[in-house]
Design a protein around this ligand. Structure first.
Ligand SMILES: [Zn+2]
Length: 322
């Protein structure tokens, strides 16, 4: 069978030749990916999955700093090729070019005063500290300051928290305080069903929804009613009279507040105001603008706290208005 033998020899020779070619090739060449983006050649990478993972990370979570995410419409394409071992790979350049061709979205925090963007801060904790510091310093505008998370394709000029606080801080000014800072407290509460006549009729100081009624509450006795209304809503005098207290400050929880005396021991009190429009001693007519709704003092939202007192004893305002 010499014929079969020579066939076998040829086959062995072919296999040896094949192995030699593979050996030589893998000695001089290595598998590399050529990377293109939108048909444009960007370079070579040896670690396709690592490069693509970096790109995916930028798409999903930005850079952990002010870059929130990157929108990339077209992904790079990879083509396997054999290249000489000394060929330069350039993963960083490819990565940068892919990111550059995408749209970068920045996330930062706008500090607003009266809904107007004033400053920009790069991170949330710092932005939040601005509000906390202003509250601690009893800045009169602290309830008008808010922060809004903002996404944009351009980055604004950032301000540090300390500068923000210094720029925004507004000193508490006491305007014509009749009671020289001390709160005019009610003597007691009328919690009976006896309706004490006022001798005058009252109008609603604000239109809004009653959010808390008069009388005992779980935490404390509520000496008035709360009427929810938007920040800056006008508050009108419930009846004609003389302003006896117009005081900015915390005021035992009342915040900025006004008391009007209507004669015969009848008084109305307006608490948690954002601003006061009349000073102590001013004579006001029924329906005259006296203050603006706010959330100053012990308050968790914009509302008017309305009290009616007769000889220092609080009465249920709902017996007379609302
Ligand atoms: Zn109240």
């Amino acid at each position: 069978m010499p014929h079969v033998r020579s066939m076998l020899k040829i086959v062995i020779l072919i296999i040896l030749a094949g192995l030699a070619i593979v050996g030589i090739t893998s000695y001089f060449y290595k598998p590399t990916y050529s990377v293109t983006l939108n048909g444009e050649f960007l370079g070579y990478t040896q670690d396709k999955s690592n490069l693509q993972e970096r790109i995916n990370e930028a798409i999903q979570k930005g850079n952990g700093g002010t870059v929130a995410f990157v929108q990339i419409d077209n992904m790079p394409t990879y083509k396997l090729c054999l290249l000489k071992k000394n060929i330069k790979t350039n993963d960083d350049e490819i990565y940068n070019e892919v990111i550059k061709q995408g749209t970068t979205y920045y996330r930062y925090y706008a500090v607003l005063e009266d809904d107007e963007e004033k400053y920009y801060i790069a991170n949330f904790d710092e932005a939040e500290s601005v509000i906390e510091q202003l509250k601690e310093k009893e800045s009169t505008n602290s309830d008008k300051i808010s922060i809004v998370e903002t996404y944009n394709t351009t980055e604004p000029e950032y301000t540090d928290a300390e500068t923000c606080v210094n720029e925004l801080y507004k000193k508490k000014v006491v305007v014509n305080t009749y009671s020289s800072g001390t709160v005019v407290a009610a003597k007691s509460m009328n919690t009976s069903n006896n309706v004490v006549p006022l001798g005058i009729s009252l109008i609603r100081p604000v239109t809004g929804v009653i959010t808390s009624r008069y009388g005992p509450r779980s935490s404390n006795n509520h000496k008035g009613i709360d009427i929810g209304a938007g920040y800056g809503t006008s508050i009108y005098a419930a009846a004609a009279g003389t302003v006896t207290v117009s005081s900015y400050g915390y005021n035992g929880g009342y915040g900025n507040y006004i008391i009007i005396s209507h004669g015969n021991g009848v008084e109305t009190l307006y608490g948690h105001c954002s601003s006061l429009c009349v000073t102590a001693g001013t004579k006001v007519s029924q329906g005259q603008l006296i203050a603006k709704v706010g959330s100053t003092g012990r308050s968790s939202g914009n509302h008017l706290h309305l009290e009616i007192r007769v000889n220092g004893v609080t009465q249920n305002p709902q017996n007379y208005v609302y």
